[in-house]
Structure formats: structure tokens, C-alpha cells
Design a protein around this ligand. Sequence first.
Ligand SMILES: [Zn+2]
Length: 316
Amino acid sequence: MLIAAGAAIGASAVGWETFSPGLSATAAGTYLRPCGDVRISSSWQGHKNRNPPSGEPGTDYAVITGTQIRAAANGVIVDRKDSTTTATGRYLALRADDGNYIRYLHLQSSTVPLGARVARGQVIAYSGASGFGSDTGYGPHVHVSLWIGGTPLQLGFTNSVDFEKYVEVEPSQPPAEEPVPLHQSTTYSWNTVVPHDVWTPIRVTSGQYYLASTGSTAKETGDLSIYVSATGVTQGFQLRVMADVLNASGGKIGAVGQPVVEVPPTRDAAANALTFGQYDLPYFLSGPLRLYAQIRALNPGVKVQQVILKKNFWLS
Ligand SMILES: [Zn+2]
């Protein structure tokens, strides 16, 4: 039976279920991670160690924008915010059936309405980078916060616990041991004038556009950086990474743009001054996907001189 939440949890929180406080403690190994076994870019303890400490310590999972987020447990959606305002950006809150409270922050979008009952493993949202009034207030990741036995307003936003201590470790995964990453570094002299005001794929080596590419069974986790130098930049240029979603036979069925980086012109007055742009992306690819970078020149005559791609990654 659903009851109204009451003023204490705020007008936007509905669908609150009654629960026995005695049932609220949860053993380790209960919850599903939001996006599987991906890299953690900032731990709960890392959030607490910040100066000043995070107002809502949680676990940051490094995933590209548009990654499916799955419910940690059976429960009810009790809060949902669809605007990019404040540090949280768009978020979703799940009241698990065990009485605990979980928030997913910086979303691109939520796929379940307030009050919905959801099942463990159900897709409830897509990850993003939202916060501070922008879709790119952060680098792309999903932040997960957990409170035991009550809401953050009851317990205090800073009194979250370490979600990672309560997740189910997938049995197929080897014991926690850092894999040795692979490295890739390419330098390519592209020497090409790119069209004005059109997103144009960037070549990273001769005849090659892809930064990363996975098939139907492969997974790739890593960090990549692209460095672009260009001349003729009077207004600036923009960089972004696109993630193409492929079907089993390699055909493109969709594309998800990652946050746009703005590169202003160099202040140097020299006509042939180089302008440098950099794009950094932590990423996790699962299934048939392809990443490539694009550039949009904000004035005519922008000539990309050199493209450097650096990747640290591992395959699973
Ligand atoms: Zn975070």
C-alpha cells in the first residue's frame, strides 16, 4: 500500500511505502551496480576526503553519456528531478523494498515516472553529465548515493554509506585486482581545412576515424584524450565524441553525443598561431559500439594540423 510521504520528505517525494525499521539493515552483496562492472572514477571515501567534503558522498561510475542505468533493487521511485539545476543535475531516487534509499545523480534522462514500482535490473535512466544548470556540468559519470533505513532528509545528506560495500560482486569477475591497462598513442598530421559550422569526423590516423570500437561480446573500459591543434582559428572551435550504437551485423542504429568542449582562439595575434584543444573522456563500452570524435569550426578557414589520440584501456 502506498501512503503520502508527508512534508518532511518534500512535495516531490511520493509513493512512499510503509516499512518496518527492523527490516532496514541490509547485508553486503545485495545491490546491483548501475552499469555493471565499470571503473570507479571517485569512491565514496574519495568524496568524503574532498576539501570541502562532498555534501552527498557517493560512488562515481565512469560511463559515457547515454549508458543504461539499472535499478539496484526492487522498490519504488520516490523522487525525480528533470532539470539540470544545482550540483545534482537530473536525478532519480529509489526506495528499495528493504527500506534503504538510493539516489542516481547527473542523469541524461529518467525512464520511469515518480511512484513507479521497479524491479531489480530494470533500466530506469540514462547516464549523463548534468549539474549546475548544464548538461555538461560534470564529466560523464553516474553518482550513486545510499542511505540505510531512511531518507537523506531524515538522516542527513552527508550521512550516506558506501554503496560499493553493499553491491553484489558478479561471480564471473576475478577477485578485486587492478587489470593492467593497455596503452595506445597515435599522432597524425591531418592538415585539413574543416567546413565551417558543421560537425565533421576527425581522422586519428590515415583513413581511420574510430577512437574505440567493440563487438557484440567485447567490453572496453578506459580513459581517452584527444589533442587537436589548428590554425586559422579566429572564433574558436568545438570538440565532442559520438558513440554510435550498432546492431549485431555492425549497422548503425543510433548515436549518442558526449558533452561538447569549447575551445577559444589563442590570444596570440600571429596569423598562423596554433590553437590547441583537448577532449578527455572516461568510458565504458559494452556491446556493439563505436566512438569517434568530431570538430565544429566556429569560423571559416580552420585548418586542423595535428591530431593526437592517447588511450589507457582494458578489455574484458
Ligand atoms: Zn560524485
